[in-house]
Each structure stands twice: as structure tokens, then as C-alpha cells.
Design a protein around this ligand. Structure first.
Ligand SMILES: *Cc1c(COP(=O)(O)O)cnc(C)c1O
Length: 727
């Protein structure tokens, strides 16, 4: 990497430009340095925004004064700045000036070679400052010549170079990933499992950046992080309070621990977008009622039952998959549960932009008598290798128990590149460079939202895509509250000051649904998703009439423009009614006979008609209004499964059977049935909804419904696993 120095020549020469010229020559002599000349302040800011290799700035203080350092600092407050001056004295500087990384050189005593040496030294300190501790030591270790005789068996990559296939693999990654793949026996790097040495420094560094009391780096995803938190807290027989909109890993936690779950029930709208858990669900009164009901159901099923008790642990998914955030202060205050675990898999970035204040789990001060845990998939929305996750903790907890659970779920041979990338994700978000990253992605998301809206307005007579957002969003990015008197969100009822929409999580709406009702004309989103797939655009999630896009810190203007132009192209081709073969070749190839001669509008009309016939939006809504009966806990069901006490069951015959799998249809991606639950006559709508989804998938090849926990066999029927016999 060439280190780049920016240089702004003085305005008034007085012979000063001769000095700048000498410095320029000196920089150009040095092989590891690059020089970029700029003409004015605007140029400086522009270059800083687009070239992150810039690591120093030189300018004339006499003509420009303190203006430049302050502007530069807004983008990068760590950047070393060198000011040459004839007239400067220390009394010209105030406190905020002194906070800057500003260095003065005197024109009179100046000496080019000397100055550039000093600048190089400062550049080195700059990198020392911005590169976090573990990574620094890992790089140092990698740079020194080591003679390795221990694991990993590839011995810093050399094993690959002895095999034709291996060498190909080695070349693909390059040497460093292998050289930095270090055995745990390297004492100087400390230990992840013991939280010692540089590993400990990494966790402390992360805790500081995320403003939490304690951080853990988890190298096996939030899937593991969730289990660690749960297993570090839960004793046998405890009652736990679980968001029904929970990730699979939480279900797995319930299968691993002998605990009794009761559920917090989120709302959803006709689009299938999960609306969050209403305020009332968190109150002591509601939880008491839930316990009472659970005990009643349990009593009917088991003779010797152990009662549900007051929960000691609660899990809430925040944000939801669609980018809705809770006012977490309300939850923390109201929910009378000792340990509150926010699954923040989707919002690891929240501490780094003010707009999320009060809306994420680990925000704010620790509460008396309550401990807050937040698990975050660093890899999902910040920059880190896949699998990298973190646990942030606020408040008191038993560290020794938590660490035992941590070790249960952590390999004894962690990948150090993962650890370094966890730490790096924090390093990138520190200071103004982090703020700048956040505000840039927010700005791109805002522009994208405005563009879609503009095109939508311009196409009043025809159709265009729309965005799921309040009617007035303004220009500044912020989290928009869902309000009861507003229609856009399509929820029947929302609590005030409770749920907020994240500006960088963008749900695009296709025509077809208005005020809860299906309209005459519609383009189901699955068709658009297929089209985007052809253009190699990967959508995060698709609902019946909605597509979800994530504008996280990696987004740039080109990517956002590409998406916009593909939407426009879709519209043009759709309106021209091209053939399915032409517009969706990937779909066509699945069944060329079926799709022969079919036009795109016919396909859209067909699928829209099926949704209409089966009243899909209404079903999505109703299916989640009731909960199935809990016959066994997920833990008990798993034991039955291990004993082989399970059988296959056609979904059609599911009434009164006890399910073994978590059954989760997409959309909306919330489990309708969890292990151990049975659908009864009272909760029949759940089954009707599942069967409707299966039915819908049958009409058009390539659009089969995805239902996790159930599978389709050659006879076209859907099956799942249930308990064989009760004993
Ligand atoms: C993805 C996800 C997880 C699991 O995270 P991984 O890092 O993929 O293991 C947990 N909870 C929620 C809500 C998720 O979306």
C-alpha cells in the first residue's frame, strides 16, 4: 500500500512555494510515499472522502489558518496535519485546536529531508493509532519469520504449495490469510477462551467502542452468541419469555435447555411485515395471564407437571428483520425480568449514529437489578468476516458461568482472522471516520428513497414501485416513529413512541395492495425478485408485495443507482409485455413447456389472482393471532426425537398432532409452530394458512412456497415430523 500525502500550495508565494516544491521533491524520492497536489479546501475534502489511503496533509498555515484542520477533522479526526508557518505562536490556538492532530513547521528553520522524516514518523504513529491492538500484534507476528511446527497443519500455507490443487487455492487467497492463521499455542497472542493477552485487549477495545461494560467476541455467529447468553443464565425448570419472532438459534437454545417458554406475540401487517411486540405484552399483568394460560394447557396434558414460574430471562429481536426498532428504554423499564436479551443481529452499527439513541439494547446506563445482553452479528451489517459476532453486556452477571457457556460453544482452535476482523469492525467505526461511514450510507439510502418516490409520483397514471415509509421523510436521515393515525405502515394498531423505522432498511412495495385490500392490478414481488436475480442482484427478503434491501456501510452510489436503473428497466419491459422467456430466462428454464409463449403480464396477473383467490394478506394477518397449544417444551420434544419417537405427517392431517420441527413459512418468516406445539380446532387458522401457502406454490413452476420445517415430496404434498406415540 502506498501512503498518500495531500499537499496544498500556499496562496501568497513570498518564496514559500519554493519550500513546498522542495518538500514535494523529497516526497517523490521516497518509494513508499505518494503525493497528491490539491488546489483548494474543497479539493482536500473531496480527496479525503474518496481516498482512504491519504494519511497526511501539508498546508500553509499563514494563509489558511485553523479552518482546514477543523474541516478535515470532521472526516478523519485521527489524520496528521502539518502546517507550515512564519507567524504562528501557541497563543493563536484554543483548546479545540489543540485536540487536533496538528503539527507546526517553521518556514525559517525548515529542512526538507528532516521534515519529511518527521512526517513519516507521524504517519507511522497514525497507523498505530487507527489499527487496533490484537490486529497489530497479529500482523507483527505474521511479519516476523517464524518456524512453525504446530497446528494448523498447513504450516503457514506451505502445505498447500506442495499440492497442485492446494497451490491453486493458496493463490486464490494470497499468502497473508495463511500466514496469519495461527495456532492457539502462540503465547504472545493470548487466548480467546481465557480472554487473556491481546485477545483481552481486543475485547476491551470493542467494549470501549460499543460503550458496553463487557464485550465478548464470538467466532461462530450470533447463533452461538444467543446460545451462550441463554446457557450462561438458565437453570433447569426456569420459565423464559421469548419473542415469537425469534431466530432459529433461540429455538435451538430451548431444545438444549430444560426450560419452559412462554411467548411475546408480535403484530404483522397485510404485507407480512412484522410490526413488533405491542407495549401491552411487556406488562406484568399480561405476563401473569400468559403464565396462567400456559399452566392450564399444561395441566390438561400432563398429570405431574411442574408449573410455569415468573420468567428470569427474556429474548426480544431488535431490530426486526424489516428494520423496525423498539424504544428499548420502555422495554427495559417495564419488563420485570432480571435478564433481558436483545437479539440485535441486524443492528451492530447502532451505537455509531445518534439516530439510534434509545433504540437498541445496550444503549444507555446499566439498570439497577436488571442485566442487559445484546447479541450482534458483526458480519451482517458491519465489516467483518462471516461468523463474527459479539455479545455486549450492561450490568451485573456471573462471569464465570457465562464463560463456561462461552467455552461450550467456542472451538478451542478459533480462527484469528475472525478475531482480528471483529476488532477491526470496531476500529472502523471509531471517531469521525465511523460517523462519516454511517452518514454516507444513510445519505445514499435517503436519496434512494426520494428517487423511488419521485418516480412513483411521475407515474401516477401508470404504476411504479413505492417505498414503505412515512409520507414526509424530510432530507435528514432519522428513525421514523410508527404512528397510529398514519396509514402507510398498514398496521391496524400501533402504540405511540414504541416502534421506529430504520432509514437504511428499505422495503420496496410492488403494486397490488392498498389499505389492506388487494387491488385489481398487481405485480407480486416474487416476479420482481426473479428478475433481479437474473441481473445478479440479491434481495435480502421477498414478501407477497414487498422486497427488502439493506443499505449498510458497504453501499455506494453506483450500487444504489444500479438498483434504481434495474427497477426502471423492469417497468419498461413489463409495460412492453415481453415474454417470460425473455424477461425471466432463469424461470423459463425451469419449465419451458409451461412457460412457452407466456407473457410477463399474464404471469403477474396469474399469481396476483391466486393471492386474491386465497386471500393471502388476510391469512398472513390471522394466522398469527392465535398460538398453538404447547404440549411439550422444545427440550422434551428433542428428547423424543432422539429416542426415535417421531413419524412423518401430511400437513393436511396436522390437527392435534404434536410438531417436532419449528415450522416457519416465508413470508413472513415468523415461526407459526414451535417444537412441542400442536394445532387444535381453536388454532386451525394456522394450518389453513400453511395449506394455502402450499396450494399457491403448486400453480406456477419455480414459485414453490418455502416452509422451513416442512418438505414437499414427489406426490406434491407437504410433510412434517410429529410425535409418534404419547407415553
Ligand atoms: C442471523 C440472525 C441470527 C444468527 O446470526 P449468525 O451470525 O448468522 O449466526 C440471530 N438472530 C437473528 C435475529 C438473526 O437474523
Amino acid at each position: 500500500m502506498k501512503k498518500t500525502i495531500l499537499m496544498l500550495y500556499p496562496n501568497d508565494s513570498d518564496g514559500k512555494d519554493k519550500i513546498f516544491h522542495e518538500m514535494k521533491n523529497e516526497i517523490e524520492k521516497r518509494a513508499n510515499l505518494n503525493l497528491e497536489l490539491v488546489n483548494n479546501v474543497v479539493d482536500i475534502i473531496h480527496r479525503l472522502k474518496i481516498n482512504v489511503h491519504i494519511c497526511a496533509l501539508i498546508y500553509d498555515w499563514d494563509s489558511m489558518g485553523m479552518k482546514i484542520p477543523h474541516l478535515v477533522s470532521k472526516i478523519n479526526d485521527f489524520l496528521p496535519i502539518f502546517a507550515l508557518s512564519l507567524t504562528h505562536t501557541a497563543k493563536d490556538l484554543n483548546l479545540s485546536d489543540l485536540m487536533l492532530n496538528l503539527h507546526f513547521f517553521d518556514y525559517i528553520s525548515y529542512e526538507a529531508e528532516d521534515n519529511i522524516n518527521k512526517i513519516e514518523q507521524e504517519i507511522n504513529s497514525y497507523y498505530k493509532k487507527i489499527i487496533p491492538p490484537f490486529t497489530k500484534k497479529l500482523i507483527h507476528y505474521t511479519d516476523t519469520n517464524n518456524y512453525v511446527y504446530c497446528t494448523p497443519g498447513h504450516l503457514a500455507g506451505s502445505a498447500f504449495l506442495k499440492s497442485p490443487a492446494g497451490a491453486f487455492f493458496y493463490d486464490f487467497y494470497g499468502p497473508n490469510i495463511f500466514r496469519a492463521d495461527v495456532s492457539v499455542s502462540m503465547q504472545e497472542l493470548g487466548s480467546l477462551l481465557d480472554h487473556s493477552g491481546p485477545h483481552k485487549e481486543a475485547e476491551e477495545y470493542i467494549a470501549q467502542a460499543f460503550k458496553s461494560d463487557r464485550s465478548y467476541i464470538v467466532t461462530n455467529g450470533t447463533s452461538a452468541a444467543n446460545k451462550i447468553v441463554g446457557m450462561g443464565l438458565l437453570r433447569e425448570g426456569e420459565t423464559v419469555l421469548i419473542d415469537r419472532n425469534c431466530h432459529k438459534s433461540i429455538t435451538h437454545l430451548l431444545m438444549m435447555c430444560d426450560v419452559k417458554p412462554i411467548y411475546l406475540l408480535p403484530t404483522r401487517n397485510a404485507y407480512g411485515i412484522i410490526g413488533g411486540i405491542p407495549k401491552s405484552e411487556f406488562t406484568t399483568k399480561t405476563i401473569q395471564e400468559k403464565i396462567k394460560r400456559a399452566n392450564k394447557v399444561l395441566k390438561n396434558n400432563h398429570k405431574n407437571f411442574k408449573k410455569f414460574k415468573w420468567p428470569i430471562y427474556a429474548v426480544i429481536t431488535n431490530s426486526t428483520y424489516d428494520g423496525l426498532l423498539y424504544n428499548t428504554n420502555y422495554i427495559k423499564k417495564t419488563l420485570n425480568v432480571k435478564n433481558i436479551h436483545f437479539d440485535g443481529a441486524w443492528i451492530a452499527y447502532a451505537p455509531f449514529s445518534k439516530i439510534y439513541n434509545g433504540l437498541y439494547g445496550s444503549y444507555g446506563k446499566a439498570l439497577k437489578n436488571k442485566t442487559i445482553f445484546e447479541t450482534q452479528s458483526t458480519h451482517k451489517c458491519l465489516a467483518a468476516f462471516s461468523q463474527v459476532s459479539m455479545i455486549q453486556i450492561k450490568g451485573k452477571y456471573d462471569e464465570s458461568n457465562m464463560n463456561e457457556a462461552y467455552m461450550m460453544h467456542t472451538t478451542t482452535s478459533p480462527q484469528y482472522a475472525f478475531v482480528a476482523s471483529a476488532e477491526m469492525a470496531a476500529a472502523m467505526m471509531r471517531g469521525n471516520p465511523g460517523k462519516f461511514l454511517m452518514s454516507s450510507s444513510q445519505e445514499i439510502a435517503m436519496n434512494f428513497r426520494h428517487e423511488i418516490k419521485k418516480l412513483n409520483r411521475q407515474n401516477q397514471k401508470g404504476w411504479f414501485f413505492d417505498v414503505w415509509q412515512p409520507s414526509k421523510i424530510g432530507d435528514q436521515a432519522k428513525c421514523w416513529p410508527l404512528k397510529n393515525n398514519e396509514k402507510w405502515h398498514a398496521y391496524k394498531k400501533v402504540d405511540s413512541n414504541h416502534m421506529f423505522l430504520d432509514p437504511i432498511k428499505i422495503t420496496i412495495l410492488t403494486p397490488g395492495l392498498q389499505n389492506d385490500k388487494l387491488t385489481k392490478f398487481g405485480i407480486p414481488a416474487c416476479i420482481v425478485a426473479k428478475y433481479l436475480e437474473n441481473q445478479r442482484i440479491i434481495v435480502e427478503k421477498t414478501g407477497p408485495y414487498s422486497l427488502f434491501f439493506l443499505f449498510s456501510i458497504g453501499i455506494d452510489k453506483a450500487l444504489s443507482l444500479k438498483l434504481l436503473s434495474v427497477f426502471l428497466e423492469f417497468k419498461r419491459e413489463f409495460d412492453a409485455n415481453l415474454s417470460v422467456e425473455k424477461m425471466l430466462p432463469n424461470l423459463y428454464s425451469i419449465d419451458p413447456v409451461f412457460y412457452k409463449n407466456m407473457k410477463i403480464q399474464e404471469l403477474a396477473k396469474g399469481i396476483h389472482a391466486i393471492y386474491q383467490k386465497h386471500r393471502l394478506p388476510e391469512f398472513i394477518y390471522k394466522a398469527y393471532d392465535v398460538l398453538p397449544d404447547q404440549h411439550f417444551t422444545p427440550y422434551e420434544v428433542y428428547q423424543h426425537r432422539l429416542k426415535g419417537n417421531i413419524k412423518k405427517c401430511n400437513l393436511k392431517n396436522l390437527i392435534n398432532e404434536i410438531c417436532v420441527e419449528m415450522i416457519l413459512p416465508y413470508p413472513p418468516g415468523i415461526p407459526v409452530i414451535l417444537p412441542g406445539e400442536k394445532v387444535t380446532k381453536e388454532s386451525e387458522t394456522i394450518l389453513k394458512f400453511l395449506l394455502t401457502l402450499c396450494e399457491i406454490g403448486k400453480y406456477f413452476p419455480g414459485f414453490a412456497t418455502e416452509i422451513h420445517g416442512a418438505w414437499r415430496e414427489d406426490d406434491g404434498e407437504y410433510y412434517t415430523k410429529v410425535i409418534k406415540k404419547l407415553d
